[in-house]
Design a protein around this ligand. Structure first.
Ligand SMILES: Nc1nc2c(ncn2[C@@H]2O[C@H](COP(=O)(O)OP(=O)(O)O)[C@@H](O)[C@H]2O)c(=O)[nH]1
Ligand SMILES: [Mg+2]
Length: 373
């Protein structure tokens, strides 16, 4: 999933580390070009989110004022004395201290790499702050710089997923029947396909389910769900096109109750997340079906748009978890890195293809390992 980012990141880390350890006291010119590019990228992202006033530029206290004399590097020779069995052992360690200014300069490459790969601004800022805390004004052995950068990134990115997981199968087995899951997301994000994959997984785990064709809006949506239901041998509840989606969900739940079926999977129409009618429709489905779980299905390849959609769906209907479809064709991976941090909701599964078995349980390690950290 991170084909592109992995290589770029590797290059950026190595460049960062090499430059950070370079023995030069000469003042490096501020890389205006790189800075401008970062600013441009940030403006693009902020523009999309439409929240220009809300972005916070954190200015750490230790940031030197312009014009101030800045010491780029402080290189020290430390003589460590240790009393050992054979007398004094002297170890000469060459350490490097990175100034805030130097860090800012070096981070711009890494920052650009992350942003070009669709990592959301908030996540980039968090990663930057963590790295800064671990590196700036800390004596670090010169041979350990790359390791320190790598470890910091690994921990920082891992921390982006410190959110309680959802054990879907366990929850369905434990909670009251039927367990109702409503799937939301924009048009074409992969909802219907994902529902078929989930239904298949539930059946494999001896959990029965019924599908509710509550996308009564999009042409051929009912036939699409019907096709999956037929292939999987699962019951589908459907009405006419243009009928009330909440009524379809209601009938599916009624059917599940009557037949003692474990779970109900509600497919919904995905028009634009800003669409008022859709919002009303989603709210009605939620009011009527009272889903045990509201899942946002996003398209990993759309990067920042996907993260932004998740945020908006969460604000309007409140989502519990996320499924990122099309992770198999996403070479950047920024949405997967950022979406949980931005919404504070866990990624439950990744869609990794168009087959029924192409659903992978999400583990934060997939990200850290995928990035080669
Ligand atoms: N490569 C790939 N394609 C997918 C995945 N999930 C869905 N798709 C494809 O994306 C397209 C839209 O999916 P669909 O389920 O109809 O989206 P919906 O409009 O949200 O219901 C279809 O062609 C699917 O086959 C996935 O994980 N990987
Ligand atoms: Mg659909």
């Amino acid at each position: 999933m991170f084909k592109f980012l992995k290589d770029k990141l590797k290059g950026a880390i190595s460049k960062f580390s090499k430059k950070a350890g370079e023995e030069t006291a000469a003042e490096e010119p501020i890389k205006e070009e790189a800075k401008q590019e970062v600013i441009k990228k940030k403006e693009e992202q902020i523009g999309k989110e439409g929240k220009i006033g809300e972005t916070k530029e954190k200015k750490p206290e230790e940031e030197p004022k312009l014009g101030e004399e800045i010491e780029k590097f402080e290189e020290k020779e430390e003589v460590k004395e240790e009393k050992g069995l054979f007398g004094k052992l002297k170890e000469k360690i060459v350490t490097t201290k990175l100034s805030y200014r130097k860090f800012e300069n070096l981070f711009s490459d890494l920052e650009l790499t992350l942003m070009e790969n669709n990592v959301a601004l908030e996540a980039v800022e968090k990663i930057k702050n963590d790295l800064q805390q671990n590196l700036v004004e800390k004596p670090i052995k010169r041979t350990k710089i790359e390791e320190t950068v790598r470890e910091s990134l690994k921990k920082s990115i891992g921390d982006l997923f410190k959110i309680d997981k959802i054990n879907l199968l366990g929850k369905i087995k434990e909670e009251e029947k039927p367990f109702v899951i409503a799937f939301f997301g924009v048009n074409g994000s992969g909802k219907t396909t994902t529902i078929a994959k989930i239904a298949n997984m539930l059946e494999e785990n001896k959990i029965s389910c019924v599908l509710a064709a509550s996308d009564t809006f999009r042409a051929a949506s009912i036939e699409q769900l019907q096709h999956h239901a037929d292939r999987l041998g699962i019951k589908i509840i459907k009405h006419e096109y243009g009928s009330d989606p909440a009524a379809v969900a209601f009938d599916a739940i009624k059917h599940a109750k009557a037949k003692n079926i474990d779970a109900v999977l509600i497919d919904t129409a995905g028009r634009l997340h800003s669409n008022e009618n859709l919002l009303k429709e989603m709210k009605k489905i939620i009011r009527v079906a009272k889903p045990s779980l509201k899942v946002f299905v996003g398209e990993a390849i759309t990067g920042n748009d996907c993260v932004e959609q998740a945020r908006r769906f969460n604000e309007s209907v409140g989502i519990d978890g996320i499924i990122l479809a099309k992770a198999d064709i996403d070479e950047k991976g920024g949405a997967a890195i950022s979406i949980s941090y931005t919404t504070k909701k866990p990624i439950m599964y990744l869609g990794i293809g168009q087959g029924y078995a192409d659903l992978k349980e999400f583990e934060p390690n997939l990200i850290v390992e995928g990035l080669g950290l």
